[in-house]
Ligand binder design. Structure first.
Ligand code: GLA
Length: 359
């Protein structure tokens, strides 16, 4: 769980921005909710010096990366950077190709805890080999650094990225819309559809990454952002906020810090949800939780409210079982349910439930 600069700020990064976001992560309650990593995405780099060392943009980061990492750490947070396996990053800054060990040593000296490693300008490189080199470089750096693989699902990372990295992007970039497809990017529900078959590849320390959150960036309604956040939690996705933490409205904060939804995302079993039923615009996603509980999302992609029902048989629970179901958004608990749960789901909305069998 953390925050990354890209979705909201793109190349417009600076040390003031990063300090401000770190402050806001603490002040807003995001840190208390479990968010830890502050990650600077592309465009913090400028050049390489005569020895080949990577140099941060001196105008945007005049105090240097080490001082910034120290500042983030002083807030009880972790610090992340971005690089690329190519000669240049996607934003045209120096990449790490041929400098992997040198860069990893530099990151360790600076106090970096997380590296997002992108895939632009990599020419004929083999992805598994390229990411394995950086993984080795990070391990040999002497510092514990999370490796976030970002090759957009192009080379079936689900087949090799565990144990190379800790998380891997499964698609091109998300954009802040309910739906849609552009050349390299997709709206929220289009990204969701690309995750449905990947459930078997995700496990603790090795996560499918359906890309960062757009909650709070303005392109979707509050209901749609609740759906986005619920579904990402069902996917056991890394929850990387991508909004301006210093300017969150009440709904954005309420969504991003919903402790019940976060608990589903972070469930120790680490199992990704499966889409267990779909008919037209209506679908049901379910994921087993530790201790025999289940998380269920009733999802309505349609334009009208829909009455939906999930039966215990669909969840592989005994039909005679009595269970309580907590609605994780309105916090109401339906007690002593037998056989099924039914409710009315708002257009573009979800009902997200935690189902607890009663002994
Ligand atoms: C790629 C990645 C994005 C972001 C940009 C930065 O598109 O997929 O998440 O890091 O590069 O240029």
């Amino acid at each position: 769980m953390g925050w990354n600069s890209w979705n909201k700020f793109a190349c417009n990064v600076s040390e003031q921005l990063i300090r401000q976001q770190a402050n806001a992560m603490v002040a807003s309650g995001m840190k208390d909710a479990g968010y830890r990593y502050i990650v600077i995405d592309d465009c913090w780099q400028k050049s390489r010096d005569a020895d080949g060392n990577i140099v941060a943009d001196p105008e945007r980061f005049p105090s240097g990366i080490k001082a910034l990492a120290d500042y983030v750490h002083s807030k009880g947070l972790k610090f992340g950077l971005y690089s690329d396996a190519g000669v240049l990053t996607c934003g045209g800054r120096p990449g790490s190709a041929g400098h992997e060990f040198q860069d990893a040593r530099q990151y360790a000296k600076w106090g970096v805890d997380y590296l997002k490693y992108d895939w632009c300008n990599t020419g004929p490189r083999n992805a598994e080999a390229a990411y394995t080199i950086m993984a080795k470089a990070l391990r040999e750096s002497g510092r514990d650094i999370v490796l976030s693989i970002c090759e957009w699902g192009d080379n079936h990372p689900e087949r090799w990225a565990q144990p190379v990295g800790h998380l891997w992007r499964t698609t091109g970039d998300i954009f802040d819309a309910w739906q849609g497809k552009e050349k390299w990017s997709h709206g929220m529900t289009d990204i969701l559809d690309l995750q449905a078959e990947l459930w078997r590849y995700s496990e603790p320390n090795a996560w499918n990454d359906p890309d960062m959150l757009e909650v709070g960036n303005g392109g979707m309604t509050t209901t749609e952002y609740e759906s986005h956040f619920s579904l990402w939690a069902m996917l056991a996705a890394p929850l990387i906020a991508g909004n301006d933490l210093s300017k969150m409205d009440a709904d954005t904060r309420r969504i991003l810090t919903n402790a019940d939804v976060i608990a589903v995302d972070q469930d120790p079993l680490g199992r990704q949800a499966r889409r267990i039923w779909k008919e037209g615009d209506l679908e049901i996603w379910a994921r087993p939780l530790k201790g025999g509980e289940q998380a269920v999302v009733l999802f309505n992609r349609g334009k009208a409210p829909a009455t939906m029902k999930v039966g215990w048989d669909q969840l592989n629970l005994p039909e005679g079982l009595t269970a309580d179901a907590k609605d994780l958004w309105n916090k109401q608990v339906s007690k002593g349910l037998r056989g099924s749960y039914a409710g009315t789901v708002a257009p573009h909305g979800v009902i997200m439930l935690r189902i607890t069998p009663v002994p």
